[in-house]
Design a protein around this ligand. Structure first.
Ligand SMILES: Nc1ncnc2c1ncn2[C@@H]1O[C@H](COP(=O)(O)OP(=O)(O)OP(=O)(O)O)[C@@H](O)[C@H]1O
Length: 333
C-alpha cells in the first residue's frame, strides 16, 4: 500500500526562543509503522500535539488522511487515535469498562466493544486485571497495567492513523514484547502507526521507517537498515573504561574502527567482521594493561547509529562522536 495517512511538510513550532520543531517533514503510509526517535526535548511530543490539533504550527502543513489538520483539526482527528505520553486517566474505571467506553466513543456497537475488550485483554495479557478498579493516586492498578489499558483504549476500534507516544513506559519486559507485537499487528492490519519511543533497540524489530529528531531538527530518516549505516555483518566492540580513563582506541592505528561513539565511560566501536579476531586480541591487551575494565563483541545495532546521529557535545558533553573510518567508508546515516 502506498497511501499517506499522515503527511507533514515543513513543520515549525517555537516556544518563545526555543525552536521545538524546525522545518520537519515526514510521512506515514497505510500499513506502515514509523518510529519517531530523539532524546528528551528533541521535539517529538510537539509534533504529535500539532497533528492532533492541541497546538497550532507556526508554519508548515499537516495532512491526516488528506484532511488539512491545521485548518480543520476536528475533521482530521476523526482519522486518528492517540495514546498520549501521560497516563490515560482511568481512575474509577476498570480496564474492561475503559476499553469498552473508548470503543463505543469510536463508533463500535455494544457487542463489538465488549468483544474488543476481551480480545485486547488476551492480546496484552491483562486478563487478571480486567475487572479491577483503578483508584486515585495510582492505587488499584499498577502503572504498567494502566499504560497497557491506555494502549487498548487507543486501538479498541481501528483508525487510519494511530499515534503512540512512549507506549512502553512502565511496562515489564514480557508484556513489552506483547505490546511491540500488538503495535506491529496494527500496521499489518492496515493502520499507519506513528510510534514515539526512546527504546531504539526494541523498536528496531517492528518499524518500517524511522525518523530521528535532534534539537527540533530532522537529522535522519529511512529504514532501520539504511540508518544503521553499516553492513549486516559489522560488529560492535563495546569497551567499559575505568573512571577518568581515556579512550585507548582513539590513538591506536592498529584497530580499524568504522564508527566510534562515547557515552560516559562506555565506548561503542563498530568494526568489520573480518577484523573480529584483531579487535578481540587488541581489547584483551587493553584489558591486561588496565586501560579497559571490560569489553564485549556483538552484532552492530541501530542503537549505535542512533547514538552517533544524536551525539550532543553541548550540553551533554559526556557524548563524543568520531566517525573516522580507518579502512572503509561508512554510508552516511
Ligand atoms: N509548553 C512549553 N513551553 C515551553 N517550552 C516547551 C513547552 N513544551 C515543550 N517545550 C520545549 O520544546 C522542546 C521540545 O519539547 P518536546 O516535549 O516536544 O520534546 P520531546 O522530544 O517530546 O521530549 P521527551 O522525550 O522528553 O518527551 C524542548 O526544548 C522543551 O523544553
Amino acid at each position: 500500500m502506498d497511501i499517506d495517512v499522515l503527511r507533514i511538510t515543513g513543520l515549525t513550532r517555537r516556544y518563545g526562543q526555543v525552536i521545538a520543531n524546525d522545518g520537519i517533514s515526514l510521512r506515514v503510509r497505510a500499513g506502515e509503522v514509523v518510529g519517531l526517535l530523539g532524546h528528551n526535548g528533541a521535539g517529538k511530543t510537539t509534533v504529535v500535539s500539532q497533528v492532533v490539533g492541541l497546538l497550532k504550527p507556526g508554519a508548515g502543513d499537516i495532512r491526516v488522511g488528506g484532511t488539512d489538520a491545521v485548518q480543520a483539526p476536528a475533521a482530521a482527528r476523526r482519522h486518528v487515535a492517540l495514546q498520549p505520553q501521560a497516563q490515560t486517566p482511568i481512575d474509577g474505571l476498570t480496564p474492561r469498562s475503559a476499553i469498552e467506553i473508548a470503543g463505543r466513543l469510536r463508533g463500535l456497537s455494544v457487542r463489538d466493544a465488549r468483544a474488543a475488550a476481551i480480545d485486547l485483554a488476551e492480546e496484552l495479557d491483562i486478563g487478571p486485571w480486567l475487572d479491577r478498579r483503578a483508584l486515585p493516586e495510582g492505587s488499584g492498578l499498577s502503572g504498567g497495567i494502566r499504560r497497557l489499558t491506555g494502549f487498548a483504549m487507543a486501538v479498541a476500534a481501528p483508525t487510519p492513523l494511530l499515534i503512540l507516544d512512549e507506549p512502553t513506559n512502565d511496562i515489564d519486559a514480557s508484556r513489552r514484547r506483547l505490546l511491540w507485537d500488538a503495535v506491529r499487528r496494527r500496521g499489518d492490519l492496515g493502520s499507519g502507526v506513528l510510534l514515539v519511543t526512546h527504546n531504539v533497540a526494541e523498536a528496531e524489530r517492528i518499524v518500517d521507517e524511522l525518523v530521528v529528531l535532534d534539537r527540533g531538527r530532522l537529522v535522519a530518516d529511512g529504514s532501520p537498515a539504511r540508518l544503521r549505516g553499516t553492513q549486516d555483518s559489522d560488529l560492535r566492540l563495546e569497551l567499559q573504561l575505568p573512571p577518568d580513563g581515556a579512550d585507548p582506541s582513539e590513538s591506536d592505528p592498529h584497530l580499524p574502527v568504522l564508527r566510534r561513539v562515547r557515552t560516559g565511560r562506555r565506548i561503542l566501536l563498530t568494526v568489520a567482521a573480518q577484523d573480529a579476531a584483531a579487535a578481540v586480541s587488541w581489547a584483551t591487551a587493553q584489558h591486561a594493561d588496565d586501560r579497559v575494565e571490560g569489553f564485549s563483541l556483538a552484532p552492530a545495532t541501530l542503537e549505535d547509529a542512533y547514538l552517533a546521529l544524536t551525539a550532543q557535545p553541548e550540553p551533554r558533553d559526556e557524548i563524543h562522536l568520531d566517525t573516522t573510518s580507518t579502512h572503509r567508508e561508512t554510508t552516511d546515516a
